[in-house]
Design a binder for this molecule. Structure first.
Ligand SMILES: Nc1nc2c(ncn2[C@@H]2O[C@H](COP(=O)(O)OP(=O)(O)OP(=O)(O)O)[C@@H](O)[C@H]2O)c(=O)[nH]1
Ligand SMILES: [Mg+2]
Length: 481
């Protein structure tokens, strides 16, 4: 048997023109085997590239058929909450399947608020000794732990027993944030004395955090991991959290520093017993109230589901794409690239922002900031042909503030009407409509709604109307409406 197999040399003109290339002259068996292996691998890579390109072409084709909705507005105006309301109305099963992910966010909201209170106490003038001696708290419900059940707790001992919540915060945050560094929000670096709110829980758009939490969450029967341990730890702390929150010294301290935690997003301290339990399952209102700051742009696919309460007009199987942007000042540069490829834009303004400043810039009034962004959005040529929707949100908080005696005219000098919800909301609506009318695309229809994005019943009707407006104006599947 010849050791080497020889082949005829190819003519020069054929080299490099055919695939697979002609074998070189004087090729040994071994070289041939290696060459064939390399050719096989090169073919596999080439086929993979073809498949990826085909998938990309299909995706682009599909995207052209999707309705695309851009959610705009300053931070905490309620954009992500409106997206949840769309899911609740048209893809409730998908929202339900995200419940575990929201559980981690809600528990993190709770734990960060507790740790914030501990920071406030640590930074206040009360010394540890004062806390031990003066701030005695009689617990109405004695805790189950070893040092508890004596009927009397001090802030000092509560602080010591709640110290493990720092670790719980770290574990819950790393569950959400994958490999990203732990985000502690814009208040970091400020001494606890100057802080007025707990750090934000933030997530980067496109990080796939929901799927990540689902994966990390222990599947039934598997060995307990860090997350399970953190949840157990939280459950054992729940009586102490309740004790801390109902402590008169803590309340006075917060009041003295002008900190109103109940007014802040992601406030869950009134529901501690339920939320800190080991078997806690988030309710829909919990999910709507959860606070998760969006960073960058989160692209969300909503596939309309068939089911109870959904008529054929809901078009089961249809897909809409939502672009949910981060609203803080540093995030706004990322908005523009999305302007030229959307069918509808939903702008949110928190009406309760009239007496607040931006978290990221304390010199800017929130209402003024909203009006400024609105003007920019209205004047954008790229958006001149898209459906324009304006949601004047947080009706509930506006009403509460006005009823509590906060004077709207103190912040908006041109307002001369009665200081009640009806007059203030009409004034704001008029302002936003006037700005829209003053821009070149003034003929574009503008749909304005007063909303409370966490109200399930009322929002169900609003969401139906928004969807109809978007469909009608984009002349898509009009026959199905
Ligand atoms: N009381 C009340 N809370 C609301 C309302 N709308 C939204 N929220 C809450 O306000 C907080 C902020 O809402 P988000 O939807 O996260 O705000 P966002 O506009 O997405 O904010 P960024 O992601 O930072 O741009 C959340 O905790 C919501 O539950 C409302 O109408 N009333
Ligand atoms: Mg958001």
């Amino acid at each position: 048997m010849p050791h080497q197999q020889r082949r005829d040399s190819p003519s020069p003109v054929q080299i490099g023109q055919s695939w697979p290339p002609y074998p070189p002259a004087e090729e040994t068996e071994l070289e041939r085997a290696l060459r064939l292996e390399e050719e096989k691998e090169a073919k596999r890579v080439s086929d993979d590239i073809d498949l990826a390109l085909e998938a990309e072409r299909n995706e682009l084709r599909k995207r052209k058929e999707y309705i695309k909705v851009l959610l705009l507005g300053q931070a905490e105006s309620g954009k992500s909450t409106i997206l949840k309301q769309f899911q609740l109305k048209y893809a409730p099963r998908a929202l339900q399947s995200e419940s575990q992910a929201w559980r981690a966010v809600i528990q993190l909201n709770l734990v960060r608020t507790v740790n914030f209170i501990l920071d406030v106490i640590a930074g206040s003038k009360i010394t540890f000794e004062d806390r031990e001696n003066a701030a005695t708290y009689s617990s109405p419900l004695p805790s189950e732990g070893s040092s508890k059940g004596k009927g009397a707790d001090t802030l000092g001992s509560l602080g010591t027993r709640l110290a493990p919540l720092r670790r719980v915060e770290g574990i819950l945050a790393s569950t959400l944030l994958a490999d990203e560094p732990l985000s502690r929000g814009s208040t970091d670096g400020i001494s606890p004395k100057n802080k007025t709110r707990a750090s934000e829980v933030s997530i980067r758009g496109g990080s796939g955090w929901k799927a990540l939490v689902k994966r990390k969450d222990a599947s039934p029967g598997s060995a307990p991991d860090d997350l399970d341990n953190a949840r157990q730890l939280l459950a054992t702390c729940k009586d102490d959290i309740v004790a801390l929150w109902s402590n008169a010294q803590v309340q006075q301290n917060l009041r003295e520093q002008d900190i109103s935690l109940r007014e802040q997003s992601g406030f869950f301290l009134d529901d501690t017993r339920r939320i800190a339990s080991a078997d806690y399952k988030p309710t829909t209102p919990d999910i709507l109230r959860a606070r998760l700051q969006t960073i960058g742009v989160e692209e969300h696919t909503l596939v309309f589901e068939a089911g109870e309460g959904q008529s054929a007009a809901a078009q089961p199987g249809k897909t809409w794409l939502f672009y949910d942007v981060g609203g803080s000042k540093g995030q706004r540069a990322a908005w523009a690239p999305y302007f030229d490829d959307v069918n509808a834009m939903i702008f949110l303004c928190s009406m309760a922002g009239f007496n607040q400043t931006l978290s990221e810039d304390r010199s800017i009034n929130r209402l003024l900031d909203s009006l400024t962004i609105w003007k920019t959005v209205c004047s954008s040529k790229l958006l001149s042909n898209v459906t324009f929707i304006m949601l004047l949100n947080k009706c509930d908080l506006l009403e509460q503030k006005l009823k509590a005696g906060e004077q709207f005219a103190r912040y908006v000098r041109s307002f001369k009407e009665a200081n009640d919800f009806k007059h203030v909301s009409e004034y704001l609506k008029g302002k936003f409509i006037a700005i829209h009318k003053s821009q070149p695309a003034r003929k574009r229809a503008l749909h304005v709604h007063l909303t409370c994005a966490i109200d399930i019943l009322v929002m169900a009707h609003v969401i139906v109307r928004l969807r109809e407006a978007i469909l009608v104006e984009n002349l898509m599947s009009v026959d199905l409406i």
